[in-house]
Design a protein around this ligand. Structure first.
Ligand code: KIV
Length: 285
């Protein structure tokens, strides 16, 4: 595995070679270090942070400043993988100028290599404008959480032939607008299978079957840290939440019983200093 920072060209080469692209989310410095050490290719500071680390009920309320703070922390923990900033709801939809200005903040203030925006439709124009400003873009179609209400909730998209065709049209429009990659979320595997022969850019799936060029998952879902409702496509690779609750519970028990701290967790004065202190206190200094 190369140690130099990856480039978008490296991802295109992986697509050509049929090597799967591994993408994951991270939201802070330690999680960035963990996913880097694990050897992932691309790290997304997703607006899923709204729910997984900030406690909002959906991705909608998170602000640009909150996302930038998290993204900067991830930047400090990464060397090799590409860093993707996620433009939050309301920060790019209204105009090309707004989209470019927000994307520039993610590059300039948080060191992102690419930015991700959701949906087809007018987002295609925003993607074209950001690309024209020199910033690589990832499109995101299928289940787009920022507009989940309009999609009828958190449910699979593209289940009918007509709906699937509309998704494929969105994918092609985003590709033609100059997007470097595409994320496709929560669609039947058959839709991805029909889409793939049409795509020149790498496609990253999440709940979109095995045919995409790579996969992305939310770190807190796969590590079992987040205890909110999990989508069908989430696979738990660890149960860190239970381990964390058990560890903190043991700490609380030991503090209450006096078992912590033990002698080895503290400091001692050099030989004779405690006696001297006692003398000083006895003499009134
Ligand atoms: O916000 C996020 O984490 C995402 C991924 C699920 C693709 O958009």
């Amino acid at each position: 595995m190369t140690e130099r920072p990856l480039t978008i060209g490296d991802l295109a080469a992986k697509k050509q070679a049929g090597d799967a692209i591994v993408m994951i989310t991270a939201y802070d410095y330690p999680s960035a270090q963990i996913v880097e050490e694990a050897g992932v290719d691309m790290v997304l500071v997703g607006d899923s942070a709204a729910m997984t680390v900030l406690g909002y009920p959906s991705t909608v309320p998170v602000s640009v400043d909150e996302m930038l703070m998290l993204t900067r922390a991830v930047r400090r923990g990464l060397t090799r993988p590409l860093l993707v900033g996620d433009l939050p709801f309301g920060s790019y939809e209204a105009s090309d100028a707004l989209a470019v200005a927000t994307a520039q903040r993610f590059v300039k203030e948080a060191g992102c290599d690419l930015v991700k925006i959701e949906r087809g439709g007018t987002t295609v124009d925003r993607a074209r404008a950001i690309v024209a400003a020199g910033i690589p873009v990832i499109g995101h179609i299928g289940l787009t959480p920022q507009t989940a209400t309009a999609l009828g909730g958190y449910r699979a998209q593209g289940r009918s032939a007509e709906a699937a065709l509309a998704l494929i049209d969105d994918a092609l429009a985003l590709q033609d607008a100059g997007c470097s990659l595409l994320v496709i979320e929560a669609v039947p595997a058959e839709v991805t299978a029909h889409l793939m022969p049409l795509m020149r850019i790498p496609v990253i799936g999440i709940g979109a079957g095995p045919d995409a060029d790579g996969q992305v998952l939310v770190l807190h879902d796969l590590l079992g840290i987040y205890d909110g409702p999990a989508a069908k496509f989430v696979k738990r690779y660890a149960d860190l939440r239970s381990a964390a609750v058990a560890g903190v519970g043991e700490y609380a028990r030991e503090v209450r019983s006096g078992a912590y701290p033990a002698a080895e967790h503290g400091y001692r004065m050099p030989e004779g200093e405690a006696d001297r202190l006692q003398d000083l206190l006895a003499k009134g200094r």
